[in-house]
Design a binder for this molecule. Sequence first.
Ligand SMILES: [Zn+2]
Length: 476
Amino acid sequence: MRIGLSGARVVSVDALSSAPSGPRRLVLPALCNAHDHARTFRSATLGAFEQPLEAWLPFLGVLPGVDPYLCAATSFARSLRNAVTRVMVHYTRVQGGLPYVDEALAVARAARDVGVHIGFAVAMRDRNGIGLCEDSAVLAVLRPALRAAVAERLSVRAVSPEVQLEQVDALAQALALAPELGAHVTLQYGPAGVQWCSTPLLEAVAEASQRTGRPVHMHLLETRYQRAWADSNHPQGIVRYLDELGLLSPRLTLAHCTWARPEELALLAERDVTIAVNTSSNLGLKSGMAPLAAMVQAGCRVAMGLDGMAFDEDDDALHEMRLAYALHRGWGFDVALTREQLWAFAARNGVRSVEGRGADDGLRGVLAPGGLADFVVLDWERLDDDTLFPDVDPLSLLLARARSGHIDQVVAGGRIVVRGGKLTQLDEEALRAELIERVRAGLGASGDWAGWQRQLSALAQDLAPFYRSSAYLGCC
Ligand SMILES: [Zn+2]
């Protein structure tokens, strides 16, 4: 085939009359990461391997804040090398040190320099800083020696809905003044989750999204504890509660829904909400297995997220797609998820989560005239290195064994942004080395970070009996 490009779009895809000479290449549309946070250090590096979500979240603050550009650029670079050109960034870890808008612009600069398009959701929360309960209730179950440090570092600092929304508007203005950055960013509202946001905050977000058309990105029903909390606090149904607030719409993406029930999926399907399923993250944080096939069968729009937690901590989106397929395609002769549905999950549906709804919805994640010139070129000689039968479907080989190591090029917006497995626009290794050096220096400079890291392991031990019991269910 010959693929013709004009600017950021594909203009033609034509069959060649004869096979070209040279090595074989397989071109596929770039994949999309519909839920992430642009985190940069891997979980095990932080000492958080195997922690369930409720004990893992505090580890996100185990490092001193560093340069947001370096953090975001190294994270985006890894995404791009791993077949993803569109990344959702629910920006939950603010590095600090700069005014918020300046920090967000640094993230936007990183997206532009690396060559990805991001959805940037301004993270919002106004309650339950330490867990599923009021901070005082969680502090009360901890060993006394831990309480002061945990309260100081993790307690929620309630900021009014108005001020949180103003931050989004201020960022919108700043992006409008820097169109070369704005072109790489779709600004969104990012309420953290129902257990972390008051009703007035969620109402304000729903109203603002309706008024501005900006998308909303939020976590829902990620763990069994959130499921039990939701049932206890919203006996009429947590999804119904979100519907009454006016949040359920095609502008909304809900990350996880691991513990959603059939009637909840039916309502999400009816409202055309996107669900971002994060298979590896759910395994890594011991959250469970999302009912992906049931979601698809219920008519939900489902998209793949990596959540910074790919199975081998490597952001390999091709491997993530394979893992989701292996777990959800059905057992024996049953087909619960087709290849077409898998493809929509991995490449097509998430674009709306990142960029919002667009007139080109139907052309997203396909290589066709009018579609985005975002694609991945695989070195087929290396992937298909033991051919015996010429008519084995290449898609079978792709699904069976493709990994990021097979990627020869990534094209985003019509430009070659990865070649030979390396970024063409930035020196990723140099950025990463600088980041690690700065973080190490920060760890040694001020504050007892190693001590805090040990305290977080103690916190995890104290949280275990609290969540195993139903003590947290009295909280709202
Ligand atoms: Zn997440």
